[in-house]
Design a protein around this ligand. Structure first.
Ligand code: PMV
Length: 348
């Protein structure tokens, strides 16, 4: 059917990795498995209108962010469409109007690629569903959408479901795959229910080094092999931690993963540093507070200077008070985002 038209809308969240993905092979295949918390408040809402194409361009689309045309997004989407056209043959037959917005400010230093690419992949899958007569199962739909999202941005394949998602084959995680994210298939200790992530916006500027460049610098990196093995071991270890609720072990694993990610950046050639002085100030304050109170607060980092502060619901009041009074002062313009573990994308 090529004479159809319609509109679909999805909301998809961001995610924060506990065991990090850093380094990839061809076709967006990760060098190691990763696991993330799906977020709740930080999300992208994308509406895609499709109508029969009347021009001769290979791919025909327009993109709007917050109602404003964004021609600077075109190359990224063009690349994405090229990568996925073999899996969605209808792409060439339609003109798409993509309207998107984020619940978090665009210049927040929070990458919108995970939520943005997953929302777009889900919209395209909904269009495929509308156009095809086949009855796509829910499982097929989500798996293929995650597969497509991965081709847009690796970590995007972990944003479709919640509350924990694994991407990358690991022998101890049933159903795990290099090609798409899977919902964590085991029972998780209740201390991880409603886990908090307060995101401290230390630096809201553009990243100096893109994650694409960073991933590529893992090729020929002197510590790459050991790092990929460590990530595999950490997935094995976190499986036990998630079952038993051992927060001391959780904290050690998660903080070590964050610092290892940044250590890989600092030891690549060329080397680079994405942390800022205030990133370190915050980390030191968190460590001092934890030592003093024994409370299970910890941090993780993305490929940037912002700090994700993670803590359980049961201690959230006192820890939030500490964050507001002691840490927010290190944020650019005092800006931060209160988020928590979430449950994945929704069709609107
Ligand atoms: O999805 P990408 O290619 O932007 O890579 C993201 C990598 C990290 O955010 C640093 C780690 C991760 O696993 O999300």
């Amino acid at each position: 059917k090529t004479n159809n038209n319609g509109v679909v809308t999805w909301s998809s969240p961001s995610n924060i990795a506990l065991v990090k993905y850093w380094g990839k092979k061809e076709h967006q295949i990760p060098e190691n498995p990763s696991i993330s918390f799906t977020l709740d408040a930080c999300k992208t809402i994308t509406e895609v209108t499709f109508e029969t194409k009347t021009n001769n361009e290979t791919f025909s689309f327009e993109v709007f962010l917050d109602e404003k045309a964004k021609p600077d997004f075109h190359p990224k989407i063009e690349t994405f469409f090229k990568r996925i056209e073999a899996y969605l043959p209808f792409l060439k037959d339609f003109h798409f109007t993509i309207k998107t917005r984020n619940t978090f400010p665009h210049s927040s230093g929070i990458a919108s690629s995970a939520s943005g690419m997953s929302a777009l992949a889900l919209c395209l899958m909904s269009i495929e569903k509308e156009l095809s007569d086949a009855n796509l199962t829910e499982e097929y739909f989500i798996q293929k959408a995650s597969f497509l999202a991965r081709l847009g941005s690796g970590s995007a394949c972990r944003s479709l479901e919640g509350d924990l998602v694994v991407w990358g084959h690991h022998p101890a995680i049933k159903g795990s795959s290099d090609y798409f994210g899977v919902k964590y298939p085991y029972q998780v200790h209740e201390v991880f229910k409603n886990y908090h992530d307060t995101i401290l916006l230390v630096d809201k500027g553009e990243k100096q080094v893109s994650s694409t460049v960073g991933h590529n610098l893992m090729h020929g990196h002197p510590f790459a092999k050991q790092r990929f093995k460590q990530a595999v071991d950490n997935i094995t270890n976190i499986k036990e931690i998630l079952k038993t609720g051992n927060l001391e072990a959780f904290i050690a694993l998660v903080e070590s993963e964050a610092l290892t990610l940044h250590a890989m950046m600092m030891t690549s050639m060329p080397y680079f540093i994405l942390m800022k002085p205030n990133t370190l100030e915050i980390i030191n304050k968190i460590w001092a507070f934890r030592k003093e109170t024994g409370l299970p607060i910890c941090f993780t980092l993305d490929a940037g200077a912002n700090v994700h502060v993670l803590y359980p619901q049961k201690d959230s009041e006192i820890i939030y008070e500490f964050i507001k009074t002691q840490l927010v002062g290190y944020c650019q313009n005092g800006h931060y985002i209160c988020d928590r573990i979430g449950f994945g994308a929704k069709q609107l």
